[in-house]
Design a binder for this molecule. Structure first.
Ligand SMILES: C[S@@+](CC[C@H](N)C(=O)[O-])C[C@H]1O[C@@H](n2cnc3c(N)ncnc32)[C@H](O)[C@@H]1O
Length: 248
């Protein structure tokens, strides 16, 4: 079977999968259990801890390959795993004939010294730059916009402070930088679907999280649509209703 027919067959299977209520319920139960065990903290990408589910990492690889971004903007660096991941796929894109000088920009309010050193000494650091500061501070937003100027295909990933107010402010600042056909990926929308008591003393929880921010943002931004096909494929994702495609 050729690739096109294979993809069509997969699409039909994913549609059937997305209507399977038992599978949806099993997946949600799995996510709830995984969250209680801090499952998403236990992976590394090329030597750096990456706080993501493997399923979302694979989805991001598919996006980075198909979009071929020349800039990826990420809020929330932590140990640097997602930055190294993005840099590694951009490197592979380049090896395969894509953009040669594609880069990833990370923003974090607190880049710990040991993390900074490890990221800066990584072989893929050549594709990475970092800004320390709050992602919603006007002077940080200006620096990001300056970096984005002149870029052709920008992909945005939001994964910092998960309160409604903060994510909405990040969406207002950074989603407009997303190129048409590319994505603004909002992580941890899953908070809305988990028991509120799981978040203890965190400032976010049910009713106040990235998913509620996405809902509010989309009310006034018809240039974005939710790409449900990605979450229907993954089922296990921290970003349900978080893969926003820029359509115009
Ligand atoms: C979930 S971690 C990021 C994980 C990372 N993207 C990964 O996949 O490995 C969240 C990060 O957001 C950062 N953060 C919290 N508030 C922030 C803010 N106002 N601006 C920028 N970064 C912030 C924290 O310091 C933390 O490192």
């Amino acid at each position: 079977m050729n690739h096109k027919n294979f993809k069509n067959e997969c699409q039909s299977e994913i549609e059937i999968q997305s209507g399977d209520r038992e599978f949806a319920s099993l997946s949600q139960n799995w996510i709830t259990k995984a969250q209680s065990l801090k499952y998403s903290y236990h992976f590394e990408w090329l030597g750096r801890p990456i706080i993501q589910y493997p399923q979302d990492i694979l989805a991001m690889q598919e996006l980075i390959w198909s979009i071929q971004p020349d800039l990826i903007i990420e809020t929330g660096i932590a140990h640097g795993g997602s930055l190294i991941f993005s840099a590694s796929i951009l490197e592979l894109n380049a090896i395969c004939g894509g953009c040669q000088d594609a880069e990833v920009l990370g923003i974090d309010i607190d880049i710990r010294e040991h993390n900074r050193k490890a990221i800066e000494s990584h072989p893929l650091f050549k594709r990475i730059s970092m800004i320390q500061g709050s992602s919603i501070a006007p002077e940080i937003i200006e620096q990001v916009k300056a970096k984005a100027a002149g870029k052709q295909r920008i992909l945005v990933c939001l994964d910092s402070n998960h309160t409604h107010e903060h994510v909405l402010a990040e969406l207002e600042a950074y989603a407009p930088l997303t190129s048409i056909g590319s994505y603004c990926v909002v992580f941890d929308t899953v908070v809305e679907d988990l028991p509120d008591e799981m978040f203890g003393d965190r400032p976010w929880g049910v009713g106040n999280n990235p998913k509620t921010a996405v809902r509010e943002y989309l009310k006034n931004h018809s240039e974005f649509e939710l790409d449900k096909a990605i979450q229907n494929k993954l089922l296990i994702t921290v970003a349900p209703d978080g893969y926003l495609k820029r359509i115009n």
